[in-house]
Write a protein that binds this ligand. Structure first.
Ligand SMILES: Cc1cc2nc3c(=O)[nH]c(=O)nc-3n(C[C@H](O)[C@H](O)[C@H](O)COP(=O)(O)O)c2cc1C
Length: 377
């Protein structure tokens, strides 16, 4: 039985027409080729998912310094741009739309990823409590080097250069990764930002880096092609803030002036114990403080997604793990079809298994039909 619902309504995203409200969340899968160049397998993976209203690519490193995950793609070399171009062409050919997520991991790196095995950089020399994965091994985290004040505009410029590369590679826009304990989030939250210059101290100062990145990127590619992802009060990556409500209310409000394509909020769901009650549902709380399009993400099934849009708390819903295992998620929703389960053991493994072999409904039907013909003979 097919159904019609709010999730299947089209949406005008700053002039980009989305045929439905299903967004594929950014998902690191660590399958890029040599030189962190996007490859053929990635082209298959993304084009299989082109029926999403919008695809947001996995986090893609803006520079060598930005790296913290092996075999994740970059967007700063000519070969990486060429590799991505084949992917955006394939997605567009299949009727899809795709943004690239711009990523700098900050302190969540290790000398093994850095040029000349230097220390990773961060707002302050505050070590993450945890481990860094590198080619199947777990390495102890290191104390990062605090960026010099005069280095910071150069890092913001790396985001802007990467955004220009993304447009050259045929992306419809970019999402600035400001969530989940990576560089921009490390500037925002005060457990990781101990600076005493204009980038630290007050929340006005701690959000300066985020704003400089947003401005640099918008100036180069246009605000209507730029979104940003934040995880208000998120604890992922050993993060915390002494006053998450004040920090993120200010940060979100300060984004209003840019008229971005969207604000993408990661719901704190499993990590919300430390947050004030009203922030535990990020979309509902920040809707009051943000004027533009909101994408919400984190723990959504179809029912919750319908509810959050119907309640007016968000415009679009991003699905992560469900898109890993259901390339045709929107189609399945339309037809009320059963969903494939995801296999987390293959999230970050190499190869095709658990990556491009989740069947679409059409492929399942063909397989069953093929079996029937086999049985008849
Ligand atoms: C395998 C995997 C990789 C992820 N990679 C990224 C990433 O590159 N960038 C990002 O912002 N979030 C990343 N996330 C977080 C997802 O975008 C999303 O917020 C999370 O999966 C919760 O949504 P879900 O409940 O619909 O899966 C990742 C999550 C998973 C499971």
């Amino acid at each position: 039985m097919s159904r019609k619902s709010i999730l299947l309504k089209s949406y005008d995203l700053s002039g980009l027409e989305l045929p439905n409200r299903f967004v594929m969340a950014p998902l690191t899968r660590q399958r890029a080729g040599k030189g962190n160049v996007p490859n053929k397998m990635m082209k298959t993976y993304y084009s299989q998912r082109a029926s999403a209203g919008l695809i947001i690519s996995e986090g893609s490193q803006i520079s060598q310094q930005a790296y913290g995950y092996n075999d994740s793609p970059g967007i700063f070399t000519k070969d990486q741009v060429k590799g991505w171009k084949k992917i955006t062409e394939a997605v567009h050919k299949n009727g899809g739309r795709i943004f690239l997520q711009l990523w700098h991991v900050g302190r969540h790196s290790h000398p093994v990823y850095q040029p000349d095995e230097q220390l990773p950089v961060a707002p302050s020399a505050v070590k993450e409590d945890g481990q860094i994965r590198y080619r199947g091994k777990k390495l102890e985290t290191v104390t990062p080097r605090a960026l010099l004040t005069e280095e910071i505009p150069g890092v913001a410029n790396d985001y802007a250069d990467a955004a220009v590369n993304a447009i050259k590679a045929g992306f419809d826009g970019v999402e600035i990764h400001g969530a989940n304990g990576y560089l921009i989030d490390q500037f925002l939250q005060d457990a990781t930002n101990k600076r005493t210059d204009r980038y630290g101290g007050s929340i006005e100062n701690r959000s300066r880096f985020m704003k400089e990145v947003v401005e640099a990127v918008c100036n180069r590619i246009g605000k209507e092609r730029v979104g940003i992802r934040l995880s208000p009060g998120g604890a992922h990556g050993d993060m915390s803030d002494s006053d998450p409500k004040k920090t993120f209310t200010y940060a979100v409000k300060s984004l209003n002036q840019y008229n971005l394509a969207y604000l993408h909020l990661v719901e704190p769901f499993m990590e919300s114990a430390h947050l004030p009650q009203e922030m535990k549902h990020a979309a509902a709380y920040f809707r009051k403080h943000y004027n533009g399009t909101i994408i919400t993400c984190g723990g959504y099934d179809f029912e919750k997604a319908e509810e959050v849009i119907s309640a007016g708390h968000a415009d679009l819903v991003a699905f992560g793990r469900l898109f890993i295992s259901n390339p045709d998620l929107a189609e399945r929703y339309k037809k009320n079809a059963p969903l494939n389960d995801w296999d987390c053991s293959t999230f970050y493994s190499n190869g095709k298994k658990g990556y491009i072999d989740y069947p679409t409904m059409k492929e399942e039907d063909e397989r069953i039909l093929g079996m029937r013909y086999c049985c008849k003979r």
